[in-house]
Every structure is written in structure tokens, then in C-alpha cells.
Write a protein that binds this ligand. Structure first.
Ligand SMILES: Cc1cc2nc3c(=O)[nH]c(=O)nc-3n(C[C@H](O)[C@H](O)[C@H](O)COP(=O)(O)OP(=O)(O)OC[C@H]3O[C@@H](n4cnc5c(N)ncnc54)[C@H](O)[C@@H]3O)c2cc1C
Ligand code: FES
Length: 280
């Protein structure tokens, strides 16, 4: 069991938990994730480790309340405990001086990018941070992210599933202004990862995306997180979650991402029924 030290709502549907996990806090590197089990009946879900405090022995998790597991996590308060956390998992991002790096975050990605911005800047990079959201209400950790950004920008899209043209225009604009820009890193929903990859392929900018396929064990044994990169099979939990966005088979990725949609929706209905039964 891991005790929750603090809990907060950061944006309309985005929550933060600081959780005791001293061994993970000691070992984690930017870009890694943890598998979190909310309660004894819960499944394991992957969440980026958005920050950590080695002295206090805590890690920070920021998540979108989507389905059963994240709804359970969103209900936790300081003093409660989650059933278990395994980590740090996955490959950390490479930290070295690339020159100028553009970090693009949406949704929970505004938090996941924070330790990456911090360490890239400390390694001598010029960090450009672009927060993408539906409206200002969905922007959080602005002060934290600004602290380690040489330029901090926001982009608001009225429709999450828009063509991505505004994104492409913004990246083109930044590329023309920042002559040393050589790398883009993205964390957020699958659609954002895909749209940025499409745009940067046209612009000619290397792009690393933090993929979020369905994961079961998180240790390379079940195959649930299988993706194809340059025609090769890779497991996002052990080989990733960071991959070159221009080399990924996005069609296969989206098909596999939706594989359990019906079951996920039914699980949410069942959770609601359980809740109302308790109220009777
Ligand atoms: C390496 C990695 C790191 C991740 N880090 C974070 C993080 O820091 N914060 C965070 O909020 N999430 C993160 N995710 C995604 C997160 O694991 C899922 O959102 C979570 O498993 C959903 O569980 P659930 O039971 O609440 O919802 P589910 O019941 O699994 O899903 C509910 C509904 O949402 C849809 N859905 C689920 N996940 C996504 C998604 N990623 N994009 C679009 N639609 C989706 C489902 O298809 C379903 O319709 C990460 C995923 C990976 C692989
Ligand atoms: S989650 Fe099982 S192999 Fe990656």
C-alpha cells in the first residue's frame, strides 16, 4: 500500500496525487512511468511520473479522469492509500545538449513534461514549452513549467479533434524563429501525438512521442502494448514509451488502442451500479 500525501483537482477533469513511494522517488528518471493499482479489485494502469521528492520519498501523479481506474484515483484524499505502485518503468528520455528543444504537452502531458523541461534546461538546452488545451481552464502547472522554459507558449483549440492546422502553423512559426530547433517531444492524448507527428514530418523536425497504448503487466510479458516502429515489433512498456513519431504505424496503434472500448464502457456502468447499490 502507498499512502497519499496530498490530492488536488488541477483542472476540470485533471487530478494530482502525491504518493509515498520512496524507492521509486530515488530511482526515477525523466520520461519514466509507474503502474498504479487503485484498490484491491483494481487493474494496473500506467501513469507518467510527473515529479518526485527524494527527501520526502514521494512521487507525483497527474491524470485525466476517464474510466474506472482513474475515477477511483480521483476520489482519493490525503491519508488514503492506493493498493500498489510499481516503478519506475520504461526507458527514460535521453538528456543531453540538443540545442533547442520544443516540448508540446496537452492534458496530463503538461505535468509529464515538467521533469523533462527541468533536466533539459539544466543540460544547457534552450527549452520551448507549448501547452495545448481546449481553453485556459485546462492549463495547470504554468508557473512550474515556466520556471524551466526559456519560452512558454499556449495554444487553445476550440475542438480537440480539429485538423491540427493551428498546431502545424505554430510549430512552423517556432521553427522559423528558433534556428537551433532540432527536436520535438510530446506527451498527451493519442490524437495530439499523431497530429504533431504528421505536422513535424512535413516540417522536417525529429519528434519523440510518449505513447499511451493499453498496458497490462508493464514489464514486457503480456504483449498488450505491442506497437510497430519501422516495421519492427516493440513493446512500449520496456522499449518505450518514447518512440520516433515518424516511424510508428499509427493505423495499427489506433486500432489496438480501441480494442477494449466496449468492456471499458461496461466497467464504468458497473462501477456506477455498485455506487448506487451502496447508497440504497
Ligand atoms: C506510458 C504511459 C503513461 C501514461 N501516463 C498517463 C498520465 O500521466 N496521466 C494520465 O491521465 N494518463 C496516462 N496514461 C493513460 C492512462 O494509462 C489511461 O488513461 C488509463 O489507463 C485509463 O484507465 P481508466 O480505467 O480510467 O479508463 P479506461 O476504462 O481504460 O478508458 C475509459 C475510456 O477512455 C478511453 N481512453 C483510455 N485511455 C485513453 C487515452 N490515453 N487516450 C484517449 N482515450 C483513452 C478508453 O478507450 C475508454 O473509452 C498513460 C499511458 C501510458 C501507456
Ligand atoms: S504491458 Fe505487457 S508487454 Fe507491455
Amino acid at each position: 500500500m502507498n499512502r497519499i500525501v496530498s490530492s488536488a483537482r488541477l483542472a476540470p477533469n485533471i487530478f494530482h496525487l502525491a504518493v509515498e513511494a520512496p524507492e521509486i522517488a530515488r530511482a526515477v528518471r525523466p520520461g519514466q512511468f509507474a503502474m498504479v493499482i487503485p484498490d484491491e479489485k483494481g487493474e494496473r494502469i500506467p501513469l507518467n511520473i510527473a515529479d518526485w521528492d527524494e527527501e520526502r520519498g514521494t512521487i507525483d501523479l497527474v491524470f485525466l479522469n476517464l474510466g474506472v481506474s482513474t475515477r477511483k484515483l480521483a476520489a482519493f484524499q490525503a491519508g488514503d492509500s492506493v493498493e500498489g505502485i510499481a516503478g519506475p518503468l520504461g526507458q527514460p528520455v535521453e538528456i543531453r545538449n540538443f540545442g533547442e528543444v520544443l516540448l508540446i504537452g496537452g492534458c496530463y502531458g503538461l505535468a509529464g513534461l515538467y521533469p523533462i523541461a527541468r533536466e533539459l534546461q539544466q543540460a544547457g538546452n534552450k527549452v520551448l514549452f507549448l501547452s495545448e488545451a481546449r481553453s485556459p481552464a485546462f492549463i495547470y502547472w504554468e508557473e512550474k513549467n515556466k520556471k524551466f522554459s526559456d519560452r512558454y507558449l499556449t495554444l487553445f483549440r476550440s475542438d480537440c479533434f480539429s485538423s491540427g492546422q493551428e498546431l502545424e502553423d505554430k510549430i512552423r512559426e517556432l521553427k522559423s524563429e528558433q534556428s537551433g530547433l532540432s527536436l520535438v517531444m510530446v506527451i498527451g492524448c493519442s490524437y495530439l501525438l499523431f497530429k504533431v507527428s504528421e505536422a513535424t514530418a512535413r516540417i522536417g523536425l525529429k519528434t519523440l512521442v510518449c505513447l499511451n497504448p493499453i498496458m497490462v503487466d508493464g514489464t514486457g510479458m503480456c504483449g498488450a502494448c505491442r506497437v510497430s516502429v519501422d516495421g519492427q515489433t516493440r513493446f512500449a512498456c520496456v522499449d518505450g514509451p518514447w518512440f520516433e513519431g515518424h516511424s510508428l504505424d499509427w493505423k495499427e496503434y489506433f486500432i489496438r488502442r480501441k480494442a477494449f472500448l466496449e468492456q471499458e464502457e461496461q466497467a464504468l456502468v458497473n462501477l456506477d451500479k455498485e455506487f448506487w447499490k451502496k447508497m440504497e
